[in-house]
Design a protein around this ligand. Structure first.
Ligand code: ATP
Ligand code: MG
Ligand code: MG
Ligand code: MG
Length: 479
C-alpha cells in the first residue's frame, strides 16, 4: 500500500465515523509562549480541551505536521541513528471534544489496524497506565477492561507515568494513555528469546505506532493537576511508522515516504545507501532534516539567529555538516532535494509546491553561507581537539566556533562527541551571555524573522534583510 493510500484510508475511516477532516495546522506556533513548534496533533486544539474555545465539530480527524527538536519532546539525537524517530513527522489523529471516550477510541483503533490495514493481531501489544502515587492517580482499569474485549490479556502491559501519561509540555492538557506497539522482529530474531523475554518493548523493532490519550486533566503552572471541564480523546499515530509496518520494511527510511529522497541523494552525491554505516547515518539525517527545514520555510519560518528561526538554522547546519563530511559535498546540495520532496508530498501538503522556489532559494543561500566558514571551522576544531588535555573542550573555544564560524553549540558538541570529547556547555552559555550584554538591542528584535507569505505566485525570495516583521500567518489555520 502506497503512503498516500495509507494516509487517505485513515482519514476515510474516521470520516465514515462522522469526523470532520481538517488540514494540518501550521507547524510553527507564534502565539503560544509554552511551545515553539507543534510537537503533537493536539497542540493546535489546546484551547478546545481547556474549554476556552468551541470546535466546529466535536469529532475531527487529520494528519498534523509535528516537529520534535526542542522542549519536552526532543528527538534530535535519535534521528538518523535509529530508524523511526524523525525531527519532522506526520501524526495521524482522531479527536473527540467532549464526545466519545475510551470505549470507542479503543474499539476504532483496533478495527482500523486489524480490519482495514489488516495488521496481524499476533504482532500487536498495548499498554495501559499503571497509576502514579506522586500525582495521586489510579491505574486505568477502564482502558484495561475495554482492551480485554479485543486482545488477550498477556498482550496488555502496564506502563508508568513516563510512557503512559501524556503531557504536551510542562503545562497544559494531559491524561493517561494507551500505546499500541508493533513487533516487527523476524521469526529468527524472536526465536533467540523465550518466555518472559519474548515481550521486549525496548527492542528497536518493537515500535510504538499509536498513542490513545484520554484527556482529562490540565497541568497548571504550579505543577498540580486539575480536572478538565469535560473528557476528550486525543490520538496520535506516527504516519511514517505505520507505513513501515504496512509496507513490510524494517525502517521508516525504507518506505516510499523517504526512498525517493534517498535515491536522489545517492544520485547527486554518487554514494550508495546501505554500504557504510557513517554514510548511511548521514543520508538518513539529511533526508530527515531537509523535510523539517522545507516544511518550516513553507510555513513562513525561515532560518535566522533567534528563536524558532535559530532552531531551523541549527537543523540545517547540522545537515550541511553531515553532507560536507560524510558525503563530500563541498557545494550547496541539500536544496536540490526540495524538488523531489515537493513532488512526493505536494499533494498532501500543497504549501510545499507553492513555496518550492522560496524553499530552494533559502536553503541554497543558507548552505552557501555556512559552507564559506564550515571548512575553516572544522580545521580550527581539529586543532582544538589535538590541543585538548583531558576530555572537555572549554566554552571559550566553542564560543569562537559559534561566533566566527557559525557553529551552533549542538553541532560542536556532536562533532566532539564523535571524537570522544565533551563540551563545557555552561562555559559556552556564559560567553554567550557576555556577548548578549554587549549587544542588548539586537536581542529585542525577536520577531524579525517572521515573513509574510503572500498568496501570490509572483512572490520571490529577496534576501533576509528585506523581510517584513511581525506578521502572523493565517493561511493554513485549522477548522
Ligand atoms: P516514542 O516512545 O517512540 O519516542 P512517543 O511516546 O514519544 O514515541 P507520542 O508522543 O505518544 O510518541 O506520539 C504519538 C505517536 O507519534 C507515537 O506513537 C509515534 O508513532 C509517533 N512519533 C512520536 N515521536 C516520533 C518521532 N520523533 N518521529 C516519528 N514518529 C514519532
Ligand atoms: Mg518520544
Ligand atoms: Mg512512547
Ligand atoms: Mg507515546
Amino acid at each position: 500500500m502506497k503512503s498516500q493510500d495509507i494516509r487517505s484510508k485513515f482519514l476515510k475511516f474516521f470520516e465514515d465515523k462522522q469526523h470532520a477532516i481538517v488540514p494540518s495546522a501550521p507547524m510553527v506556533l507564534k502565539d503560544d509562549p509554552t511551545l515553539m513548534f507543534v510537537n503533537s496533533g493536539m497542540a493546535p486544539f489546546k484551547e478546545y480541551f481547556l474549554g476556552n474555545a468551541e470546535p466546529k465539530s466535536k469529532r475531527i480527524a487529520d494528519t498534523q505536521k509535528c516537529l520534535r527538536v526542542s522542549g519536552k519532546h526532543n528527538d534530535l539525537e535519535e534521528v538518523g541513528y535509529d530508524t523511526y524517530h524523525h525531527t519532522l513527522f506526520e501524526m495521524l489523529g482522531n479527536w473527540s471534544f467532549g464526545d466519545y471516550f475510551k470505549k470507542e477510541a479503543i474499539a476504532w483503533a483496533w478495527e482500523l489496524l486489524t480490519e482495514v490495514y489488516k495488521i496481524d493481531k499476533n504482532i500487536l501489544y498495548v499498554t495501559v497506565f499503571e497509576g502514579d502515587k506522586g500525582d495521586d492517580l489510579p491505574m486505568d482499569q477502564e482502558a484495561y477492561d475495554f482492551w480485554k474485549e479485543h486482545i488477550s490479556e498477556d498482550r496488555i502491559l502496564m506502563g508508568n507515568k513516563k510512557d503512559n501519561f501524556w503531557e504536551m509540555g510542562d503545562q497544559g492538557p494531559c491524561g493517561p494513555c494507551s500505546e499500541i506497539h508493533v513487533d516487527i522482529r523476524s521469526d529468527e530474531e524472536k526465536s533467540k528469546v523465550s518466555g518472559k523475554d519474548l515481550v521486549n518493548m525496548d527492542h528497536p523493532q518493537v515500535v510504538e505506532i499509536w498513542n490513545l490519550v484520554f484527556m482529562q486533566y490540565n497541568r497548571k503552572a504550579n505543577g498540580s493537576l486539575e480536572s478538565l471541564p469535560s473528557k476528550h480523546i486525543d490520538t496520535g499515530m506516527g504516519f511514517e511508522r505505520l507505513c513501515m509496518v504496512l509496507q513490510g520494511v524494517k525502517s521508516n527510511y525504507d518506505t516510499d515516504v523517504f526512498t525517493p529522497i534517498i535515491r536522489e541523494i545517492e544520485t547527486i552525491a554518487g554514494k550508495d545507501y546501505g554500504k557504510n554505516e557513517k554514510v548511511d547515518v548521514a543520508i538518513r539525517v539529511i533526508s530527515d532534516h531537509v523535510r523539517a527545514v522545507a516544511f518550516s520555510i513553507a510555513d513562513g519560518q525561515l532560518p535566522s539567529n533567534t528563536g524558532a528561526g535559530y532552531v531551523i538554522r541549527r537543523i540545517l547546519r547540522r545537515a550541511i555538516r553531515y553532507s560536507f563530511t560524510f558525503l563530500d559535498q563541498k557545494d550547496p546540495f541539500i536544496y536540490r532535494l526540495v524538488d523531489v520532496l515537493s513532488k512526493k508530498m505536494g499533494e498532501a501538503f500543497p504549501e510545499l509546491k507553492k513555496e518550492k522556489h522560496l524553499i530552494e532559494n533559502v536553503i541554497k543561500e543558507e548552505e552557501a553561507s555556512f559552507l564559506r566558514t564550515l571548512d575553516q571551522g572544522l580545521v580550527l576544531l581539529d586543532g582544538i581537539v589535538s590541543n585538548t588535555k583531558g576530555d572537555t573542550v572549554s566554552g571559550e573555544r566553542a564560543f569562537e566556533l559559534y561566533d566566527t564560524y557559525g557553529f551552533p553549540i549542538d553541532l560542536t558538541a556532536l562533532i566532539l562527541s564523535e571524537k570522544g570529547l565533551k563540551l563545557d556547555e555552561q562555559g559556552f552559555q556564559e560567553q554567550l551571555e557576555k556577548q548578549k550584554n554587549r549587544s542588548r538591542a539586537a536581542s529585542e528584535m525577536s520577531t524579525e524573522d517572521w515573513t509574510v507569505l503572500i498568496d501570490d505566485a509572483e512572490q520571490e525570495f529577496i534576501g533576509y534583510d528585506n523581510l517584513e516583521a511581525n506578521v502572523k500567518i493565517t493561511r493554513y489555520r485549522k477548522v
